[in-house]
Design a protein around this ligand. Structure first.
Ligand code: ADP
Length: 467
């Protein structure tokens, strides 16, 4: 990626000499005008009945689905993930958007008992107003759509700042939206941290952010000091899978490798720690390492690629540094452990799928988010210890347990520090279930499904005396 004053070029992480897109940067000084336009568009849109808003959102999603190949290609070129995964991301964004269109039609008025005669009490929900969305580079369409669809369905306008590393999916969404919604209902702006800061303090009503904990704190502080906008933060994770027992290791291995290595591990919901029962650890780690070592790393455009490039140079250095430190601190590398050589892409940012065994809770790699194709294995002797290790980081996004013991399953559901909990499966969320985390992983309402209503609408208590 290179930026000058007005334009911004994006380089392919699999072949960094290749420039794959260019966008015009938005001047922060222009934001007040854009927000004022978004406010006018929101007033018009709020007057459209909810069922019609949902129908128009669904028609827009039809167009997104039809543009799947164009969007997926842009994602692979800018973010690096295999094309098949990028197509899956587009389709997931459509299915989440459709689920939101359905939910929004149910967000109506609620009648409530009155304390006085001849008074009808109601709780009424209204669109919140102008929403700002700031998104990261790992899911260039899924994360923006997770914010655009509910904003529009509930009657808001939205100003989106996609990541400076992966803007093209948002460019395409902007183009497609024009045929379905009032002008300025969706506004896409381009820039980095400075523009993000300016957006956080603009005259807006809600900020939804997905990204790092550090930037999330900045945004919360910026909103507190300026507009007191409602804030929803989706931050990092240090997700654990606890492997206690199984009849057959196959499904557990497949789920763990999938959840860890998809998007080259650059997912907030990636499994990053395997906390394994000492009694089964030896064989399980050997099988896990063999599976990871056999994965094909390469350019996401090649149909055989299973693990694509690391999107940014800074992220690549972070992954490499954490793995090196882990080994220095005593972890045993049983797969990968460094850059992966890809013959036809000698300059690509490829990191080999890596397994570090014998990690202990005091090591940095045990607590810090890696955001790369790296699994740390920690061993335990009893389930209390497993829960203690799982809950050690302040993150609390998603988690999984492999066990057939009902007592342990119920303990896990009650005790694991995690917004999302999976039993005997990986960490893939459904398109209509609340998505979010606790502790350092999130703040404010969850997104997707029934939770989104509290962020995208405001609540009003109405007392109507009629006699
Ligand atoms: P990631 O490393 O996943 O991109 P970041 O938290 O660094 O996560 O960035 C996520 C988004 O936040 C990007 O769109 C980025 O431009 C934006 N951003 C970075 N710094 C700030 C800031 N201080 N205020 C608002 N937005 C910011």
């Amino acid at each position: 990626m290179t930026m000058d004053d007005t334009s911004h070029r994006i380089h392919n992480p699999a072949a960094p000499d290749e420039i794959v897109a260019e966008v015009t940067l938005t001047a922060p000084a222009g934001l007040p005008g854009l927000v004022a336009n978004a406010r006018r568009a929101q007033k018009e849109w709020a007057g459209v009945p909810g069922a019609q808003r949902a129908a128009r959102l669904n028609a827009f999603l039809d167009d997104v689905e039809a543009a799947c190949e164009e969007i997926a290609t842009s994602i692979t070129l800018e973010q690096g993930k295999p094309l098949a995964e990028a197509r899956g991301e587009v389709m997931k964004s459509v299915s989440e958007g459709r689920a939101m269109a359905g939910h929004a039609m149910l967000a109506g008025t609620m009648a409530v008992a009155s304390a006085r005669p001849f008074v009808r009490n109601m709780i009424v929900r209204r669109p919140r107003g102008v929403i700002t969305a700031i998104t990261p580079w790992n899911f260039p369409i899924l994360t923006p759509m997770r914010k655009i669809a509910p904003a529009i369905a509930y009657g808001n306008s939205i100003v989106l700042k996609p990541s400076e590393f992966t803007p093209t999916a948002a460019v395409i969404l902007d183009r497609l939206a024009r045929a379905h919604f009032p002008e300025n209902l969706l506004t896409v702006v381009f820039g980095g941290a400075e523009l993000g800061q300016a957006l956080s303090t603009a005259d807006i009503d809600g900020i939804t952010f997905t990204g790092s904990v550090g930037v999330g704190r900045h945004i919360l502080a910026a909103a507190a000091a300026s507009n007191l906008a409602e804030v929803s933060l989706e931050l990092g994770g240090k997700n654990a899978v606890v492997v206690n027992d199984f009849e057959d290791a196959g499904p557990a291995l497949e789920a763990i490798v999938g959840a860890a290595m998809q998007c080259a591990g650059q997912r907030c919901t990636a499994i990053s720690r395997v906390i394994v029962n000492d009694e089964i650890a030896e064989d399980f780690v050997a099988a896990l390492s063999a599976r990871c070592a056999a994965m094909i790393v390469g350019d996401g455009r090649s149909p055989t690629t299973q693990i694509g490039a690391i999107t940014t140079a800074a992220q690549f250095s972070k992954i490499a540094g954490l793995v090196e430190l882990g080994i220095k601190e005593g972890a045993v590398c049983t797969a990968g452990g460094g850059r992966a050589a890809v013959a036809d892409r000698p300059h690509g940012r490829f990191y080999a799928p890596t397994v570090l065994d014998r990690v202990t809770p005091d090591m940095r790699i045990a607590g810090e988010e890696v955001f790369g194709p790296v699994l740390s294995v920690l061993r335990y002797r009893n389930f209390d210890e497993a829960i203690e290790i799982a809950n050690a980081p302040r993150f609390g996004l998603t988690s999984a347990l492999f066990s057939n013991r009902n007592d342990l399953i119920n303990r896990f559901v009650d005790e694991v520090r995690s917004g999302m909990i999976h039993i005997n499966q990986g960490t893939v969320p459904d398109s209509h279930m609340p998505f979010g985390g606790i502790g350092d992983s999130g703040f404010g309402s969850y997104s997707v499904g029934p939770s989104a209503v509290s962020f995208y609408t405001t609540e009003h208590s109405v007392y109507n005396q009629y006699g």
